[in-house]
Design a protein around this ligand. Structure first.
Ligand code: PD2
Ligand code: ZN
Length: 282
């Protein structure tokens, strides 16, 4: 079949927007080639759109540049309109905060209660293709909520927005996860592969708020292996980690996992934050 040697205005706009989000020109050219574009045409087109700057990305091979996120500029007690949250541990590289008192005991119990009947096997984003699929590395089950689906969710979302300085629109729907004994989530990054970043859905993920809904008798820690950090689940506490900067780089030090539960069960709620507002939701 003949290779494609022209681009529509829509594709041109998409490429320009995607370049702005920090995706490398090389990845876009490769995605075009995969879709049937003539390789020389794809590279020439992208080269023109980046004004003949070198095709190799400006960011790719440079070390990640750490920037203090909004939450990092606040003090050790972060007051939101309905709750004071305490920063107990702060790690700079990768950026991780351990936060006490993000949720009340009653909120944790209620989230577990409403989620129990709607759990389905968890899925993962393939780190190469970006496809969403079930995988042996993630044996938990979970459920998603729409933004402000019920007053409890809306209240938590408002609190997270005040805590992090990311607007509610930058947040994906809250996810509640359940792990039984031996269930785990193997090491992964929360950010997307470059070729799966879409401006209309908020661009790259750059921060995660992981809230612990119960105390786990044994196992179930969240581990950051490259940083040598192990977070022990505590009901109502949370860990915030930040792994994307204004240059579109992502921090590979943010690799993390949930190790197998040894005794009891583990419940968490996750709020992923995008670099811009999510205009299209599913
Ligand atoms: O449940 C956890 O501790 C955990 C660990 C790593 C959750 C996630 N990642 C996640 O939801 O992305
Ligand atoms: Zn994760």
């Amino acid at each position: 079949m003949d290779k494609i040697t022209h681009i529509s205005n829509e594709l041109r706009d998409w490429i320009l927007n995607t370049l702005k989000t920090g995706v490398s020109p090389e990845s876009i050219a490769n995605a075009m080639i995969k879709k049937g574009f003539d390789p020389i045409f794809a590279y020439r087109t992208i080269l023109k759109l980046v004004n003949n700057k070198p095709i190799e990305t400006v960011n790719r091979n440079r070390p990640y540049v750490y920037e203090d996120p909004g939450i990092g500029k606040k003090g050790t007690i972060i007051s939101t309109s309905d709750r004071d949250i305490k920063v107990l541990i702060r790690i700079e590289k990768p950026f991780i905060l351990y936060l006490e008192n993000l949720l009340s005991e009653a909120e944790c119990d209620e989230l577990i209660k409403i989620s129990r009947d709607r759990l389905i096997p968890s899925q993962v984003v393939d780190s190469v293709t970006g496809e969403i699929k079930t995988a042996t590395g993630r044996t938990s089950s979970g459920t998603y909520y729409q933004i402000n689906e019920i007053p409890l969710i809306g209240r938590i979302e408002q609190r997270i927005a005040e805590l992090t300085d990311f607007s509610i629109e930058n947040g994906e729907g809250l996810q509640v996860l359940h792990y039984r004994v031996a269930e785990e989530y193997k090491p992964h990054f929360d950010y997307f592969p470059e070729n799966k970043i879409q401006e209309s859905t908020g661009g790259q993920r750059i921060g995660t708020v992981l809230m612990y809904l119960n105390d786990v008798p044994a196992g179930g820690e969240t581990i950051f292996p490259k940083a040598g950090v192990s977070v022990i689940p505590k009901k109502g506490a949370a860990v915030y980690f930040h792994y994307g900067n204004s240059e579109g780089q992502v921090d590979r030090m943010s690799l993390h996992s949930s190790i197998p539960v040894v005794e009891g069960e583990k419940w968490v709620a996750t709020k992923w934050l995008r670099q811009s507002k999510i205009l299209e939701r599913f």
